[in-house]
Design a protein around this ligand. Structure first.
Ligand code: GDP
Length: 451
């Protein structure tokens, strides 16, 4: 248990209905009661029931009319004694209340410290702690439900079960290495292969489900590229029609890069319409083009837009150059007009590339396009089973699965045993069983203040 009491404003700063100041630690209720004035103290009020009152600062100045509540550890978010003061939104009342609490001896919480305490007090495991982050950041229904599943512990229990079975298999191998004099018979590689194959399949499936979860949360980054006038902006508008999209402009030098987020089948699609790539006329334009290239590099899929109503030109060739080695999808736009793009020749140059005929004007092919984008990133319809996981967790599962594949390829038992052990360690890092302070710092620093 922690000795000190931490405090923070847990709601977002800015104008809002209410703002919540949270305290956690042994002096939470005592400190809240120093400011909270009501017909009885918060300490005398039953736990988990709201009490109406006022907040006066240590000098007796009125700050706000509030509701306050206390929680008794272990029945609280952090597992410790906690108190919450719900004051009016806006920054002043919450800030003054927090400042008063700090003046009285509370310490300002670090980002994620409340959740970190919940983890350190054993109330949740690391996977659950990280799913809190998933809930905070969820932008679609599916992302939210996958994060909620992880918070309830579904993901942790699958990973834990896998880890326990790895441990059991390791134990058989290690026992035969460590106690040869006991005559523990050394198993043959072939004997453990069926078990190992099953474990590898499960690790792989968990990895895929978590990677899908990451896509659900973070979305697919799509860059729309093509030379001027092929209809990039029109396509963006066509994609956004009937979708409740959030459009933001990322300031640029020549022109803003427009970013819009829409969801299709629960997957956020983050579209960036980039400034046309062409030979720069001046330095400013050159900077704009450099920015386009960055957006292009960072995207998961590129949509290369061509104008079907005119032949392939030198400007298109420039775009083609930029796309070399990238994953892209070709959109033949303006299919409502007479066509003069030589598709056969194009197909010969780019064998295996998907070409979708669309018309930004009539809306033809737009639904198919959204479907194609989602399909290209999800591992074939299993988005329903997606689990929320952070990038770190996805990497641990990727490693665990790869190490089991390596164990399957191994030619000797001790190589297989080493891979098995490393794979188990990756799962343990996932769960936080062997988490060191640096890892915890890294994870919890991503949280916002007050969480
Ligand atoms: P951008 O420079 O690539 O962003 O191209 P715009 O979206 O500004 O479009 C250039 C011109 O092509 C505009 O006059 C559009 O109205 C027109 N345009 C875009 N898409 C279509 C289409 O599918 N069919 C037709 N007929 N015209 C289109």
């Amino acid at each position: 248990m922690n000795e000190d009491t931490i405090a923070a404003v847990s709601t977002a700063w800015g104008e809002s209905g209410i703002a919540i100041i949270r305290l956690s630690g042994p002096d939470s209720v005592f400190l809240a009661d120093r400011l909270f004035k009501s017909s009885s103290t918060l300490a005398a009020n039953p736990a988990r029931s709201m009490r109406y009152g006022h907040i006066l600062d240590p000098a007796g100045e009125f700050i706000d009319e509030v509701l306050a509540v206390r929680f008794e550890g272990p029945h609280s978010y952090t597992g410790e004694d906690m108190a919450e003061i719900h004051c009016h939104g806006g920054t002043m009342a919450a800030r003054k209340t927090l400042e008063s609490l700090l003046e009285l001896g509370a310490r300002l919480a670090e980002p994620g410290e409340f959740t970190r305490r919940a983890f350190l007090n054993g109330r949740i495991d690391l996977a659950q702690a990280e799913s809190v982050l998933g809930i905070i950041r969820a932008r679609s229904d599916k992302a939210l439900s996958s994060a909620a599943r992880s918070l309830r512990g579904e993901l942790s229990s699958s990973v834990r079960a896998l880890r326990d079975r790895l441990l059991a298999l390791s134990a058989i191998l290690e026992a035969s290495f460590d106690f040869p004099e006991e005559d523990v018979p050394l198993p043959q590689l072939a004997e453990i292969t069926p078990d190992l194959t099953r474990l590898q399949n499960e690790a792989e499936s968990l990895f895929r489900r978590c990677r899908d979860g990451q896509i659900l949360r973070e979305g697919v980054r799509v860059a729309i590229v093509g030379c001027p006038n092929v209809g990039k902006s029109s396509l963006l508008n066509a994609l956004l029609q009937e979708s409740r999209a959030i459009v933001t402009a990322i300031p640029g030098t020549t022109r803003d890069i427009i970013e819009a987020v829409l969801t299709h089948r629960g997957v956020p699609i983050r579209l960036a319409d980039t400034a046309g790539i062409r030979t720069p006329a001046d330095l400013i334009e050159e900077a704009g083009i450099a920015q386009t290239l960055t957006a292009l590099r960072e995207s998961d899929i590129k949509l290369w837009v061509l104008d079907g109503s005119r032949p392939f030109g030198p400007e298109d060739r420039l775009v083609e150059e930029q796309l070399k080695g990238e994953r892209f999808l070709v959109l033949i736009n303006k299919t409502d007009l007479p066509q003069s793009l030589d598709l056969d020749r194009f197909g010969d140059l780019h064998p295996g590339i998907r070409c979708l005929p669309v018309s930004a004007k009539t809306g033809k092919g737009i639904e198919e396009l959204k479907e194609e984008i989602v399909l290209s990133v999800s591992s074939g319809g299993i988005l329903e089973e997606a689990c929320n996981a952070t990038a770190r967790q996805v990497e641990e599962l990727r490693a665990a699965s790869a190490l089991l594949s390596e164990a399957l390829q191994a030619r000797s038992l001790d190589v297989a045993a080493n891979c098995l052990r490393d794979s188990r360690l990756a799962l343990e890092r996932f769960l936080g069983i062997s988490a060191d302070t640096d890892l915890l710092d890294l994870i919890f620093s991503q949280f916002c203040l007050g969480k």
